[in-house]
Design a protein around this ligand. Structure first.
Ligand SMILES: Nc1ncnc2c1ncn2[C@@H]1O[C@H](COP(=O)(O)OP(=O)(O)OP(=O)(O)O)[C@@H](O)[C@H]1O
Ligand SMILES: [Mg+2]
Length: 449
């Protein structure tokens, strides 16, 4: 009988261990919540002082404190580590808020983050200054970018604003959002198959749910954006159409400026809600198609388009027209106006690139480490990118995987939010009834016209 119970106990223990191993590989969130977090908490609490000491994150106590310890508490005077103010857990990791003693700065803690990560056995440690004298250690329990799952709820200070869309996950487990009020125009670059269209797909399905007009320019004959037609107020799929559409957008911008001046305000958000025009986001997939010309006769059109893009990028923020530009590279080799336009695109997201120069073009002005990080994105991780922050920092992000069909379904569901704009009416894509599965989203066009 005792043999049988031993066998049952051993089998139970083995299956529990097997279950945990399975959870660790297949469902790291569950494993972290059940096992990782309690273990990390104990390790953090027990080894905190010693770890900070060996990582060089302690300072000599003040004279008064040393006196009190020596004479009142009758103990040996020891160096002081930062005081732990708060520890919080989430399904991806834990966060500890530390009060820095005089003599330590956030950069000291950042410099030791790799050592702290190994000491506490967590996947990563990021250091963020929350206010003067306080830093937050953001630890992740596992590789959150392996299978991206966006946080269910976002902090209110992140989502405050009329045009904020969560697009991707940062490697510290927080959401990367596009906030059009803070960063009006953005540039996304990356090599073939690096995840640019996935980024736009996530962005469009977020924007589709907001009261905003979407304008698509996809000179790959609309293969990417054609499916979003039900939610698009305008779509251009050839450079000729793009030329006309950009002209209409510049016209719309000028009309909106007249409206602002009539009401004596300097910004779209300053207008009374009753007369405020709907904000517009212009999504350009493969910007090089607008710059490159095959024949001399097209040069005039190209210069016109580029000039209009630059005008929009320089002025349109105030009237609520925002640019979201995607391309493989974006350097002076694209020709006149390329660097002037790039300089206006504040937000930068760089996916895997084939050469360092491309990363430098987009991130060189942010930080050399950001350029290095972008050049080390592995090809087997499409969707991973380095994003410049509005604060001047940068972070590694990855978009959640989303199929084109899912994005198309969101656009269909929110088609009723598509605003009708008279100026853009000629470019409004025709929308057929829901296509049968597998049928092409766009009508085939002859290759020559
Ligand atoms: N975040 C992600 N998670 C998982 N898979 C992804 C992710 N991002 C992209 N992929 C996959 O990588 C492949 C390329 O993605 P995508 O089409 O977005 O690249 P691209 O940069 O637009 O390429 P191209 O320059 O050819 O248009 C697709 O098969 C896509 O499913
Ligand atoms: Mg693409």
């Amino acid at each position: 009988m005792s043999d049988l119970s031993t066998v049952i106990e051993v089998a139970g223990a083995l299956s529990a261990a097997g279950g945990l191993g399975y959870a660790k590989a297949r469902s790291p969130r569950v494993f972290w919540s059940l096992v990782g977090a309690p273990v990390a908490r104990v390790r953090f609490t027990v080894t905190y002082r010693a770890t900070m000491d060996v990582c060089g994150l302690t300072v000599q106590p003040s004279r008064l404190r040393a006196f009190m310890v020596r004479n009142v508490a009758r103990q040996e005077v020891q160096p002081v580590p930062p005081q732990v103010r708060r520890v919080r857990y989430s399904s991806t990791g834990m966060r500890a808020t530390l009060r820095l003693p005089a003599g330590l700065e956030p950069a000291d803690v950042s410099a030791a983050s790799e050592r702290l990560r190994h000491a506490w056995g967590v996947h990563s440690v990021h250091v963020v200054e929350v206010k003067p004298g306080f830093v937050e250690l953001r630890m992740t329990g596992y590789d959150v970018l392996r299978r991206v799952k966006m946080p269910r709820r976002l902090p209110r200070n992140v989502t405050a604003g009329p045009l904020v869309v969560p697009v991707a996950l940062r490697e510290d487990g927080t959401a990367f959002v596009r906030d059009y009020q803070k960063v009006p125009h953005a540039l996304t670059v990356g090599a073939n198959q690096s995840g640019k269209s996935m980024y736009q797909r996530n962005l469009i399905s977020g924007l589709a749910k907001l009261p905003v007009g979407l304008v698509g320019i996809d000179c790959k004959r609309g293969v990417e954006q054609g499916g979003y037609a039900p939610r698009l107020s305008a779509l251009a799929v050839t450079p000729d159409e793009a030329d006309g559409l950009l002209e209409a957008l510049v016209g719309e911008m000028e009309e909106r400026f007249d409206l602002l001046s009539d009401h004596g305000v300097s910004d779209l958000w300053g207008l009374p809600a009753a007369v405020r025009p709907v904000p517009l986001v212009v999504l350009v997939d493969e910007v090089a198609e607008l710059f490159l010309v095959a024949a001399k006769k097209d040069e005039e059109r190209r210069d016109r388009m580029v000039m209009r893009m630059i005008r929009l990028a320089q002025m349109a923020r105030a009237v609520g027209i925002f640019l979201e530009v995607c391309g493989q590279r974006f350097g002076s080799d694209l020709g006149k106006g390329a660097t002037a336009l790039r300089a206006q695109l504040t937000g930068r997201v760089v996916h895997r690139v084939n050469d360092k120069q491309t990363a430098e073009m987009a991130l060189g002005d942010i930080a050399p480490e950001a350029v290095f990080a972008a050049t080390t994105i592995p090809p087997d991780r499409p969707g991973v990118a380095v994003a410049g922050d509005s604060s001047g920092g940068w972070s590694r992000i990855r978009t959640p995987a989303m199929t084109p069909a899912e994005a198309v379904a969101v656009c269909r569901e929110y088609a009723h939010l598509t605003p009708h704009l008279a100026a853009l009416a000629p470019f409004r894509p025709a929308v057929s009834a829901a296509p049968a599965p597998g049928s092409p989203l766009l009508k085939p066009r002859p290759a020559t016209s």
